[in-house]
Design a protein around this ligand. Structure first.
Ligand code: R5P
Length: 311
């Protein structure tokens, strides 16, 4: 039975056991670690770009139940590479192909917000479901779509959560007893609650209005005291950084003693990193599903269990 909970499901179906992990240059460290943890060979997908930007892929290994591992930040070209890779593996005898995309893109456009807009989540999900048989992602943006299976035409799909890794990291740092976990918007409530519960801290969420890609307004919860507290902001994705920068500034204005940020997926560049530091953030810590200078939490063990439970 397909599962889409934040924890690997426990059911009677035997664990799904891959026989190889295929990886690309980006995320190679994590893909190799995944293969080692699963006890299967690691195989390389070679990608060549022609001068006109067309690509070709080459895979020398073969497998019946391959995992294709790919961090899907900057997704457009990578999606073509994935389609070519999965087709090639299938032609070479693969019967059951898993896509492990710790960061799953195109999930935010889950409805037409204005008439005439394409619903990217549905379209990209349908496309990938045509090439892959099962899916594992970490904190995919499933605001209005309750289950990840629904994105992939009902195929087995597991949405893992980065929250336990964040809670463990926080506990290891021994954050002060005045600490507070805060999410930027109502959508972040499950993540904020889960991190806070795991780290035994209180939590709250703000309200957010997005007026444009980089124009974000945040309103703080009225009944929470921020003065002289160590604030831990948590979010699934940092992209332009507008959400986190605005929230961090608001926290400092409200008297917070320090502001640290935990994110599952860090998609931003160095320019945004500098901007966030100027917003008085002390430290940003992210999961390594998207390789980034802020990585300090591994998704490998989480994904190992997720793959086996994705059935
Ligand atoms: C929003 O729905 C997400 O949870 C993140 O808050 C958002 O993607 C962050 O984007 P940005 O860094 O561009 O403000």
């Amino acid at each position: 039975m397909a599962s889409s909970s934040s924890e690997p499901s426990q059911n009677d179906t035997p664990a799904w056991l891959p026989d190889a992990v295929f990886g690309f240059t980006d995320g190679e460290v994590q893909a190799r670690a995944l293969a080692a943890n699963l006890g299967v060979p690691y195989e390389t997908v070679e990608v060549h770009y022609f001068p006109d930007t067309e690509c070709k892929v080459r895979i020398q290994g073969r497998a019946r139940r391959p995992v294709v591992y790919r961090p899907l930040n900057h997704p457009n070209a990578k999606l073509i590479e994935l389609v070519l890779s999965a087709s090639l593996l299938r032609d070479d005898g693969a019967k059951d192909i898993a896509l492990v995309a710790p960061y799953l893109p195109y999930m935010r456009q889950d409805i037409a917000f204005r008439p005439g807009e394409a619903v990217s989540q549905k379209i990209i999900g349908k496309m990938l479901a045509g090439y892959f048989d099962r899916f594992v992602a970490v904190d995919p943006h499933l605001h209005r779509t309750p289950r990840l299976n629904d994105v992939f035409l009902g195929k087995p799909a597991l949405a893992l959560s980065g929250a336990p890794a964040m809670a463990t990291h926080l506990k290891a740092r021994q954050v002060p007893s005045d600490a507070l976990v805060i999410g930027p918007d109502e959508e972040s409530a499950p993540l904020a609650k889960s991190v806070a519960d795991g780290a035994e801290l209180p939590w709250a969420v703000c309200t957010k209005k997005r007026k444009g890609d980089r124009d974000v307004r945040i309103a703080l919860p009225k009944d929470v005291v921020f003065k002289r507290r160590s604030v831990i902001i948590v979010d699934d994705v940092i992209s332009t950084g507008a959400t986190i920068a605005n929230l961090a500034r608001a926290m400092r204005e409200a008297g917070a003693k320090s502001v640290d940020v935990y994110a599952t997926h860090a998609l931003f560049d160095d320019r945004v990193h500098d901007e966030l530091m100027r917003a008085s953030i002390r430290k940003i810590i992210s999961c390594d599903g998207v390789p980034h200078r802020t990585n300090d939490m591994s998704v490998v063990n989480l994904v190992v269990n997720g793959i086996r439970a994705c059935r």
